[in-house]
Ligand binder design. Structure first.
Ligand code: HPA
Length: 271
C-alpha cells in the first residue's frame, strides 16, 4: 500500500511544477467550481497509476491542477463511492496520495438529503461534524504508522478555524449558510421515511453517501478539513417526496455557485 501511494504521488509530481497545499473533492452536480480554476492541467483517472478503475464507462473523472483563489489547488472531479463496489481503501486512496504530496487542506462538497426541519432544498450546509454509519471503517486493518496513528482523535474532524472563516464569508456576502451534522451512509438507496427519522433522532441534519471515508482518512493524515453539503431533497416528515438522481443533480446545480464562492474566498484567506 505505501509503495503504491508513493508511486502515484511520484507520477503526479512528474506532471506538475508546483505541488498545491490544498485539495478539493467535488461532489455530485458540483463540478462547476472546476470552471473557476485557471491555468488548468487535467489528468484523467485512467492515466494515473494505481487509481481505482471506474465502474461507469467514460465517467471516471479527472484530477485538475491549477489556480483557484490565487493559490495552486488540486481538484478531484468525480469521486469513488463505496456503493459502486470499491473497497474503503480504494475510496480513500486519492486522499492518501494527497497526503504523500504534502497537501495540508482538504475541501469537500457533496449533495445530501436534509433532515433538519428548518432546511430547504438548495440550502448550503457547512458540515460541523459527522456520524459514520458506513458498514466498514476506512482505517480498519493494518495501521501504517507512516500514515498516522492507530487511534486517531476525531474531536475536530472539520476544522473550527476554517468553519469560522466560511461563516464569516457567508455573512459578509449575504449567503444563507446552514450548519449541522452529516450522516454518512452506504446507499445506494435513498432513505425510507423511517430511516430519515432515525438519522434525525440520532443527531443528523443531513444524510449522504460519501465524504465520511475521505474525511476520516484526511484526519488520520493530519489534514485540516472543510466540507459543505448542498441540500438537494428533504427527509423531513410531511415533506418527503419521491427523489431521483436527476432531482439531486438539478438542485445541486442551482446552489453550487454560492458554495463555490465561499470555498474560493476561504482559499484566498488561508495562511
Ligand atoms: N440520502 C442519501 N444521499 C443523498 C440524498 C439523500 O436524501 N440526497 C442526495 N444524496
Amino acid at each position: 500500500m505505501l509503495q503504491k501511494i508513493q508511486e502515484t504521488a511520484s507520477f503526479l509530481r512528474s506532471k506538475i511544477d508546483v505541488i498545491p497545499d490544498i485539495a478539493v473533492i467535488l461532489g455530485t452536480g458540483l463540478g462547476e467550481l472546476a470552471h473557476e480554476i485557471s491555468d488548468k492541467k487535467e489528468i484523467p483517472y485512467e492515466e494515473i497509476p494505481n487509481f481505482p478503475v471506474s465502474t461507469v464507462e467514460g465517467h471516471s473523472g479527472k484530477l485538475i491542477f491549477g489556480q483557484l483563489g490565487g493559490k495552486p489547488v488540486l481538484a478531484m472531479q468525480g469521486r469513488f463511492h463505496y456503493y459502486e463496489g470499491y473497497t474503503m481503501r480504494e475510496v480513500t486512496f486519492p486522499v492518501r496520495v494527497f497526503q504523500a504530496l504534502g497537501i495540508r487542506y482538504l475541501f469537500v462538497s457533496n449533495a445530501a438529503g436534509g433532515m433538519n426541519g428548518s432546511f430547504d432544498i438548495g440550502d448550503i450546509m457547512l458540515i460541523d461534524d459527522h456520524i459514520n454509519v458506513f458498514p466498514e471503517h476506512p482505517l480498519r486493518g493494518k495501521n501504517y504508522k507512516e500514515l498516522g496513528t492507530r487511534f486517531p482523535d476525531m474531536s475536530e474532524a472539520y476544522s473550527k478555524d476554517l468553519r469560522l472563516m466560511a461563516m464569516a464569508i457567508a455573512k459578509e456576502s449575504n449567503i444563507k449558510l446552514q450548519h449541522g451534522v452529516y450522516v454518512g451512509t452506504q446507499g445506494p438507496t435513498f432513505e425510507t421515511p423511517a430511516e430519515y427519522n432515525w438519522f434525525r433522532i440520532m443527531g443528523g441534519d443531513a444524510v449522504g453517501m460519501s465524504t465520511v471515508p475521505e474525511v476520516i482518512v484526511a484526519n488520520h493524515a493530519g489534514m485540516k478539513v472543510l466540507a459543505f453539503s448542498i441540500i438537494t431533497d428533504l427527509g423531513v416528515i410531511g415533506k418527503i417526496v419521491e427523489v431521483t438522481h436527476e432531482d439531486v443533480q438539478e438542485a445541486a446545480k442551482i446552489a453550487q455557485p454560492k458554495m463555490a464562492y465561499i470555498m474560493q474566498e476561504v482559499i484566498k484567506r488561508i495562511k
